[in-house]
Design a protein around this ligand. Structure first.
Ligand code: ADP
Length: 251
């Protein structure tokens, strides 16, 4: 089912809070292996959209589907995570007192319960996967380091690495480079570009330089405004779009 085609369908989704529509007939589709950046001013509905995909918020109406036929609106938050939807919030939540390696090890065992985590030894394949992820997140020289001693950027990468241990089909990332240095931001772009293809990625981001690096001048960007899609297309196209300029600069 996930060899090709659509990874995620958000179809005509409306969410109201006390009569106010945080999402207003929102529709978008993400292809398998696609890296899609979502931009839009504060209050546009980006967080609410992510919440609807992960089961944290239930829409009033509309459809959210994973792949071509899995109805996410019928699944609980943990079930959605188990079938391969990983979410990274803005703030890193690593286990500060454990080492980098132990954090990844724990993430690998997390869905098997505490007993498994205590007594189950890693096999060769699992060690290889940890090594592979350590290289991807540029922490191969820090594996024995206590996570609490890492830089802000390194903690963010470690948390992304922890998500990768579950090999999610779809990764949702909320402002992943907030607070990072320019160099860390560039490395994060490289990391995401290397994940593209194997995973589908939805990146909510304010940092336009980062969005430029991720889209490489050709990928589609979605602009949200007042709970629906205002514009969709290449970054240069949407930035030249009159409606988008108006929304960002005020009337
Ligand atoms: P973004 O992430 O793009 O900044 P949000 O999805 O957080 O936008 O919010 C969209 C709109 O919905 C905002 O006007 C926000 O105030 C409102 N909103 C979000 N969550 C709630 C809630 N739980 N109760 C009431 N209003 C909310």
């Amino acid at each position: 089912d996930f060899a090709h085609g659509v990874a995620l369908y958000v179809d005509d989704v409306t969410v109201s809070f006390d009569g106010f529509k945080a999402l207003n007939a929102l529709s978008l589709a993400i292809d398998v292996g696609e890296l899609r950046c979502i931009i839009g001013p504060n209050g546009a509905g980006k967080t609410t959209m992510m919440d609807c995909i992960t089961g944290k918020t239930r829409p009033d109406s509309g459809r959210v589907a994973f792949g071509s036929n899995i109805d996410l609106l019928r699944l609980s938050e943990p079930e959605i995570s188990q079938i391969g939807v990983g979410r990274k919030f803005q703030k890193p939540t690593v286990y500060e007192e454990l080492t980098v390696f132990e954090n990844l090890e724990l993430a690998l065992k997390a869905d098997r319960g505490v007993r498994a985590a205590l007594f189950w030894r890693l096999n060769g394949e699992q060690r290889d996967r940890i090594a592979e992820v350590l290289a991807l997140i540029h922490l191969q020289d820090e594996l024995r380091r206590t996570a609490g001693l890492l830089s802000h950027g390194q903690k963010q990468w470690l948390e992304i690495g922890m998500l990768l241990m579950q090999d999610p089909k779809l990764l949702l990332l909320d402002e992943p480079v907030a607070g990072m240095t320019d160099e860390e931001t560039e490395r994060t772009a490289e990391l995401f570009l290397s994940l593209e293809g194997r995973h589908s990625l939805v990146v909510v981001e304010h940092d336009m330089k980062f969005v430029e690096q991720l889209t490489e001048g050709r990928k589609k960007v979605t602009v949200l405004h007042e709970g629906s899609v205002l514009a969709e297309g290449r970054l240069a196209e949407v930035q030249a779009n009159e409606k988008v300029v108006e929304v960002y600069l005020g009337r």
